[in-house]
Design a protein around this ligand. Structure first.
Ligand code: ATP
Length: 470
């Protein structure tokens, strides 16, 4: 495992880089911000889209057993009664009587008292808080209340006036729509067991202790699959999904030492789960190991609940045996924002160099896998002279029309600074058009990771780049 002390990345550096280069901005920034909301800027949206498209390609297009869904954020309120969210989707909270700050009781116990809190009831947590009497993390007074349950779903109202309107929730997970539409998908998609339904979309949680940048937001995106299997095949499907998730982590280019898989203990399991694994990532600084993704065996809990609450038959008819049963569900779930955060943290590197004047300098480089890099290359005329910019723009146009690879074009500033800017936003290659290009029909290609330079023919740029990025 890479010790944190040896890591170039820190959360502070990533937050600063994200704002400086346009990956992620604080939400509502000019109004002083709205706590724990974040907006993806011009480069952030490209990184995000690349990750979502790679996921969709990997798990939907390249497989014949998974179909897609894009459901609404608002659903019938009964959905959340059936799913158990109205009753169970709670965080245990404590208040500080002095400064009125509010904290997650389990986090407080783990972080301030160094005790395991997973699976404890609010009463058990209150008991620990009373006995150990920890100081308020904000004001330092030992005036914390008992732990109380707080529902994390955001509520809103459909209808012109709140008195006669219908209270609905913003979905706290994308999963439920896949169960609610199970019957329609069965009837239309010509699927047979085992098969999965995949969805990417926004979810909302009124997290009381959000933070750590985009690790825990109140509005975030999830990429989820509900994989329906015969009950007797659930364990086997679970193992296959564990392998598929490991392969995904590998495809993102995350360092092995920074990812581990942790099995939930019995007491820690959610109300619907028979078995859960967390993929954990080793975050720098005080965060350490924290959940990145989850894999759960949800049994037939959700289909059974929705069958009961909706009155619709959601069973599967097995042609071979002539029997009906409720399939089990294996759920691999991936947070988009957490993926972006770990891809940034993992890619961040600093290299000691010297600048043009021989002074000590630091090269900041995001070593993104080319698949997820916002720009696959930058096209740079060495000088802003028409004969050079014309060739450079021609290369840019060819790449944009002949491929789906996004490239940058930059003609201002000295070339060293332009290379550094591309290093810092993770562009794997730079093509530089110089006066020699006019004679030999070639450009210089510079590699982000090694900074080595080579010459290649202008006519080969498109195929060369395509082969490097695939
Ligand atoms: P945590 O224990 O960190 O609150 P969770 O176990 O509640 O997470 P799940 O309900 O399993 O999370 O959600 C599935 C995935 O969605 C998580 O693995 C994570 O990647 C992402 N996710 C969950 N909550 C948030 C959030 N508040 N902000 C950003 N991503 C989130």
């Amino acid at each position: 495992m890479t010790a944190n002390a040896e890591r170039a990345a820190s959360m502070e550096k990533i937050v600063a880089l994200c704002k400086r280069r346009g990956f992620v901005f604080p939400g509502s920034d000019i109004y002083g911000g709205l706590a724990n909301t974040w907006d993806y800027g011009p480069l952030g949206i490209e990184l995000k889209n690349n990750i979502k498209q790679l996921w969709w390609k990997t798990f939907v297009h390249r497989r014949r057993d998974i179909v897609g869904l894009d459901a609404g954020i608002l659903m019938h309120p009964r959905v959340w009664e059936a799913s158990g969210h109205v009753v169970n989707f709670n965080d245990p909270l404590v208040d500080c009587k002095t400064c009125k700050a509010r904290f997650r009781a389990d986090h407080l116990i783990e972080e301030r008292l160094g005790k395991e809190a997973a699976g404890l009831t609010p009463d058990q947590m209150s008991e620990i808080i009373r006995t150990e009497n920890p100081a308020c993390p904000k004001c330092g007074n030992r005036t914390l209340t008992d732990a109380r349950q707080f529902n994390m779903m955001f509520k809103t109202t459909i209808g012109p006036v709140s008195e006669t309107g219908v209270d609905v929730y913003l979905r706290p997970e994308t999963a439920q729509a896949m169960f609610v539409q199970f019957k329609n998908i069965m009837a239309t998609a010509r699927v047979k067991l085992p098969f999965g339904v995949a969805q990417i979309g926004k979810s909302f949680r009124n997290e009381i202790t959000p933070g750590n940048f985009i690790f825990r937001d109140i509005e975030f995106e999830q990429m989820e699959i509900e994989y329906f299997v015969r009950p007797e095949r659930a364990a086997e499907a679970f193992d296959a999904w564990l392998d598929a998730m490991k392969a995904w982590v590998g495809a993102l280019g995350l360092q092995d030492a920074h990812v581990r898989v942790r099995e939930h203990e019995q007491a820690e399991l959610s109300h619907y789960s028979d078995r859960t694994l967390d993929f954990e990532y080793f975050f720098p600084g005080p965060m350490g190991w924290k959940e990145l993704y989850g894999l759960a065996n949800r049994t037939d809990f959700d289909l059974r609940q929705h069958q009961e609450f909706s009155g619709e038959d959601l069973s599967w008819f097995d042609q071979e045996s002539g029997t009906r049963f409720l399939p089990y569900v294996i759920e691999p779930t991936f947070g988009v924002d957490r993926t972006i955060l770990v891809v940034l943290l993992d890619a961040y590197d600093e290299e000691a160099t010297v600048d043009v004047n021989g002074k000590a300098d630091t090269r900041i480089v995001l070593r993104f896998d080319p698949k997820v890099a916002p720009y696959k290359a930058a096209i740079l005329p060495l000088m802003k002279k028409p004969e050079l910019t014309e060739i450079a723009k021609g290369i840019y146009d060819r790449i944009q029309t002949e491929t789906d690879l996004l490239v940058d074009y930059d003609e201002t500033g000295n070339i060293g600074k332009r290379y550094r800017r591309q290093d810092e936003i993770g562009t794997p290659f730079c093509f530089t058009v110089d006066p020699d290009s006019l004679d030999d029909g070639s450009v210089t290609v510079r590699d982000r990771d090694t900074t080595e330079q080579d010459r290649i023919a202008i006519d080969d740029v498109v195929s060369w780049l395509s082969s490097r990025v695939r």
